[in-house]
Ligand binder design. Structure first.
Ligand SMILES: [Cu+2]
Length: 160
């Protein structure tokens, strides 16, 4: 995965007269640039991305974002179809909250709930790859224990 993502950049740099000044970030492998399982944030903000309703709970606003990554995942033999990100902000100040632990459980259209999966901090949000393969309505329960150590469970829905 790393090879595949880095190569086009390398090719671009090689064909550029700026080759002598290859920036230090060219080899960077930060979670901001490359998400879980190497699916880049660029892929995750493609046309197929969809935004769900934000949920406010006890002073914290959770903004979900879902991206269809099934093609990239299938290439690597992974069954996950979507990358879900949730940004948390202080509802009063709008300040991003990037401290704490977050996990997601997905209930599929047949009512089966997945095991909780940890959402990793990626940039200013928490993300995980999930599977939404069957048509129908899903609900996502995002359990969090953020900077203030309070437990909050945000529930989102997707599909119809
Ligand atoms: Cu992400």
């Amino acid at each position: 995965m790393k090879k595949k993502l880095i190569l086009p950049l390398a090719a671009l740099l090689l064909s550029s007269p700026l080759i002598a000044t290859v920036p230090a970030w060219a080899g960077d492998d930060t979670p901001v640039e490359r998400g879980l399982n190497g699916v880049s944030t660029m892929e995750a903000t493609s046309d197929t991305a969809s935004t769900m309703e934000s949920v406010e709970l006890d002073g914290v606003t959770a903004r979900p974002h879902l991206a269809d990554v099934r093609e990239a995942m299938a290439k690597h033999g992974m069954k996950e179809t979507h990358h879900m990100m949730v940004m948390f902000t202080d509802s009063k100040t709008g300040t991003a909250i990037t401290e704490g632990t977050v996990a997601i459980k997905v209930t599929d259209p047949s009512g089966v709930t997945s095991e909780p999966k940890k959402m990793m901090l990626m940039g200013d949000g928490f993300g995980a790859d999930i599977s939404l393969a069957a048509p129908g309505k899903y609900s996502m329960e995002v359990g969090s224990k953020l900077a203030d150590a309070k437990k909050r469970v945000f529930t989102f829905s997707y599909g119809k």
